[in-house]
Design a protein around this ligand. Structure first.
Ligand SMILES: [Zn+2]
Length: 438
C-alpha cells in the first residue's frame, strides 16, 4: 500500500488513524483487522460482515483455508445460465451464515399504507408544465402492491386551491415493478401543473384501481408554486449532439468536464491533489481520465469489482499507478478522516443510493472546504417506461431516475451549490459542486 494512501486512512470501527500495515491493516487503538486481497484492503467494520471462508473452516476442521477460499471463489467465477439453477449454484455464502444473522426486516401493519422514505420535492412549476417528482416508498402493509393486472396500484395526487376546494386530480403513475411487503421502491410520479399561476396544496397517495384512493394515508403533502418555475437550468450547458445517446461521445464529454473542473481548483502547493471516487465499480472515471499531479483513491463496496479495477489499471496505466489506490468500503462508513480530498467524484452511481441527499452530505464531509464534488453521468431526465430501467429494477438493482429540478433540491439540502453543470443527450447529467459555506 502506498504511504500517501496510508496517511489518509482511518479505522472505520473507532476512527483512529493509528493503523499498521502487515499481511492486512490493523488498528493499534482498537485491534480491528482489515484483510488485504490483491493488495486491496477491505475497510468494512469487522462486525458488519461474515467471512464465509472462516465460517466454513470452523465447520470443516482440518481443511486448509486456501482450498476453501478457492472453492468459494469459484461460486463467483462460473455462472450457470439457467436462472433457477443459478440460485442453487451460487448461494454458498447464504448457506454458511450462522443462525441468528440475517438481513433487515420490517414488520407490516394492516392499514394498507405506503410510507414515505425520502423525496426531493421541488415545488416550482411553470403553468401547464408536465414533469416528474420521485417518491421513495416502503410497503408497510402485509400484502403486495401489484403493478399490473385488474386492480393495479398507482400513485396519483389531489391538487387543492388554498381555500381547500379541489383544483384537479393528477394523472396515474404506475409502479415500475410490484412492491412486496417491507420492500422499498422509488416511484417517479408525473405532475401536471395547472394552467393558471398560483399556489396549491398537493396530496400524493396510492390509488388502487377499481378499489380506492388511499387518501386517509397520504404519502406526501406539501405546496406547489406555479409561476416562473425553477431557475436551475439557467446556467446549464447543453452541448449539441446529433442523434441518440452515444457512450463514447459521453465519455469524451466526461473527460473535458473533468479537465475544466481541475483547472478551477486552486493548487497553491506542489503537493498532488487528493482525489476520491466513490462507488466506482471496476472502471473509476478519475483513473480512466487521470489528471497529472493528482492521487486517486478509488472506492467501491463490491470487493471483486474493486479488486478487478486495481488489477486492470495497474497493468493498463503502469506509468501512473503509483498514484492509484483501491479500497473496498461503504461510502457511509468511509475509512477517511474528514476534509482531506480536493475532489470527491462519483459516476453513474449516486442515483443508486437510497437517499441521495445523505450521500452528498457524506461527500461534502470528505471534501476540503475549497474543493469540488464531481458528478458524472447521472440520469438527468425521467423515462418512466424505459425497458432497461424496469429490467434493472426487476433484477434487484436500486435503479432511480431524476429530473434536474430534483437535483436542485438535493444539492440545497446537502449545503452544496453548482459551480458548473451540463446535460448531454438530454439525459446524462454532469455537475461540479462546491460547499455553500466553505
Ligand atoms: Zn480502531
Amino acid at each position: 500500500m502506498h504511504t500517501w494512501m496510508h496517511a489518509l486512512l482511518k479505522c472505520v470501527s473507532c476512527g483512529s488513524s493509528d493503523l499498521e500495515s502487515g499481511p492486512g491493516i490493523r488498528c493499534r487503538a482498537c485491534g480491528s483487522e482489515y484483510p488485504l486481497n490483491n493488495n486491496v484492503p477491505l475497510m468494512l467494520p469487522p462486525a458488519s460482515y461474515i467471512d464465509v471462508v472462516d465460517s466454513i473452516s470452523q465447520q470443516y476442521l482440518g481443511v486448509d483455508k486456501e482450498s476453501i477460499n478457492v472453492a468459494v471463489g469459484s461460486a463467483l467465477r462460473y455462472r450457470v445460465n439457467d436462472r433457477v439453477l443459478r440460485g442453487e449454484f451460487q448461494n454458498i455464502a447464504d448457506r454458511y451464515i450462522p443462525a441468528g444473522v440475517s438481513g433487515n426486516s420490517t414488520p407490516g401493519n394492516n392499514n394498507n399504507s405506503a410510507v414515505l422514505i425520502c423525496e426531493y420535492f421541488n415545488p416550482l412549476f411553470r403553468p401547464q408544465e408536465s414533469s416528474y417528482r420521485s417518491f421513495r416508498i416502503r410497503n408497510n402493509s402485509t400484502f403486495a402492491y401489484a403493478s399490473s393486472g385488474n386492480q393495479p396500484f398507482h400513485i396519483s395526487y389531489m391538487l387543492y386551491n388554498m381555500d381547500g376546494s379541489l383544483a384537479s386530480e393528477g394523472p396515474r403513475s404506475r409502479l415500475p415493478i410490484p412492491v412486496e411487503p417491507g420492500m422499498e421502491l422509488t416511484v417517479p410520479v408525473r405532475i401536471d401543473a395547472p394552467h393558471t399561476a398560483g399556489e396549491f396544496r398537493i396530496s400524493v397517495m396510492l390509488v388502487q384501481e377499481h378499489v380506492k384512493w388511499h387518501s386517509e394515508h397520504p404519502i406526501f403533502e406539501g405546496k406547489i408554486q406555479v409561476g416562473t418555475g425553477s431557475k436551475f437550468r439557467e446556467r446549464l450547458l447543453e452541448p449539441p449532439h446529433k442523434g441518440y445517446f452515444d457512450f463514447d461521445e459521453d465519455l469524451n464529454q466526461c473527460s473535458s468536464f473533468i479537465k475544466n473542473v481541475f483547472s478551477e481548483i486552486p493548487s497553491s502547493t506542489s503537493q498532488p491533489l487528493n482525489v476520491l471516487e466513490l462507488a466506482c465499480g471496476s472502471d473509476p472515471q478519475m483513473i480512466r481520465h487521470f489528471q497529472k499531479n493528482t492521487r486517486v483513491t478509488a472506492v467501491d463496496l463490491c470487493y471483486p469489482q474493486i479488486q478487478l479495477a486495481s488489477l486492470k489499471y495497474n497493468v493498463s496505466q503502469p506509468a501512473d499507478c503509483e498514484n492509484f489506490a483501491f479500497i473496498c468500503a461503504d461510502a457511509f462508513h468511509a475509512p477517511f478522516r474528514d476534509h482531506q480530498f480536493d475532489v470527491v467524484a462519483i459516476s453513474a452511481a449516486l442515483h443508486h443510493f437510497v437517499d441521495l441527499t445523505q450521500a452528498l452530505i457524506v461527500m461534502r464531509r470528505l471534501l476540503k472546504p475549497e474543493g469540488r464534488i464531481i458528478l458524472l453521468r447521472e440520469p438527468g431526465k425521467v423515462a418512466a417506461d424505459d425497458p432497461t430501467y424496469i429490467e434493472e429494477l426487476s433484477n434487484g438493482f436500486n435503479e432511480q431516475q431524476f429530473e434536474l429540478e430534483e437535483y436542485e433540491v438535493m444539492f440545497e439540502r446537502a449545503g452544496l451549490k453548482v459551480a458548473n453543470h451540463q446535460l448531454d443527450f438530454e439525459c446524462s447529467y454532469k455537475a461540479s459542486l462546491m460547499p455553500v459555506e466553505p
